[in-house]
Design a protein around this ligand. Structure first.
Ligand code: GTP
Ligand code: MG
Length: 243
């Protein structure tokens, strides 16, 4: 079981310039990655909705910063939710904790025009440098290939003192024998603050979903990763929809 679950998620605005960044509840995680790695699909999977974020086979689909207000429910009484903003829904219902995910445009892809990429990189770096509620970044990387651009993004986070985690997506495209080596390679090349997590948004397993939620909790809260034995479980039917 993960330490939190996302009880609801809403789109809370899109922006290309700083003046339009919304004021939201709770600490923020920026989803950074090359185009087409599955950032927007990951958002939809977390939300349990198909079309909350726009996804596409065509790289360069997300062209602005998209902010998502999440409301979290702690699943363990012992975990520290101190860093999260709280809101009481009704006198009878439990407290929900606010947190934000920001879906960024992709920072690289061969088929996206260079001028557009330059513009995206400018949005991304000014946001990462200037957003005061930013708690951490989540680097979203295609599990089949870690690129030089991913290393540059990791180096940028290290240089700016931005804590970050790594999720390797499209796990369904990676043979089982390559899964552990991919995780090791990501840890060695990118040196994230927490061990990388392998995830498939198309066929998420219960354990990979829990590992991702625990990583998000650690990135949002600034607390250590909850204790868990790392396993690569067999694939199951959509565990997100079971809750
Ligand atoms: N096989 C597989 N395909 C995936 C997975 N996640 C996303 N995709 C596919 O990858 C493509 C790109 O997904 P998006 O979520 O739009 O990618 P993005 O990173 O948001 O891309 P940009 O908005 O262009 O930066 C879509 O065709 C998705 O269906 C996954 O876990 N496995
Ligand atoms: Mg996208």
């Amino acid at each position: 079981m993960a330490v939190i679950r996302v009880s609801s998620m809403q789109w809370a605005g899109g922006a290309t310039s700083r003046s339009r960044w919304p004021v939201l509840q709770g600490p923020e995680i920026a989803l950074c990655g090359r185009s087409n790695v599955g950032k927007s699909t990951l958002i939809n999977r977390m939300a349990g909705q198909h079309n909350l974020a726009h996804t596409s086979k065509t790289p360069g689909r997300t062209q602005q910063l998209n902010f998502y207000q999440c409301w979290l429910k702690p699943l363990l009484e012992s975990i520290d939710m101190h860093s999260f903003a709280t809101m009481q829904r009704t006198p009878d219902s439990p407290l929900r904790y606010g947190a934000v995910l920001t879906d960024l445009p992709g920072y690289g892809y061969a088929k996206v025009p260079e001028a557009l990429l330059q513009q995206f990189r400018q949005f991304i770096t000014s946001y990462l440098r200037g957003r005061d509620r930013l708690s951490a970044a989540l680097l979203v990387i295609d599990a089949r290939r870690i690129t030089e651009q991913d290393e540059q993004m990791a180096a940028f986070c290290h240089a700016q003192n931005i804590r970050f985690g790594v999720v390797l997506t499209k796990a369904d495209q990676v043979p089982r024998s390559r899964q552990h080596p991919s995780l090791q390679e990501a840890a060695q090349r990118l040196k994230p603050d927490f061990p990388p997590v392998l995830f498939s948004a198309l066929h998420p397993t219960e354990a990979s979903r829990d590992a991702l939620l625990d990583l998000l909790y650690a990135l949002w809260s600034g607390n250590p990763l909850p204790q868990r034995t790392a396993v690569l479980p067999p694939q199951e039917e959509n565990p997100f929809s079971q809750r």
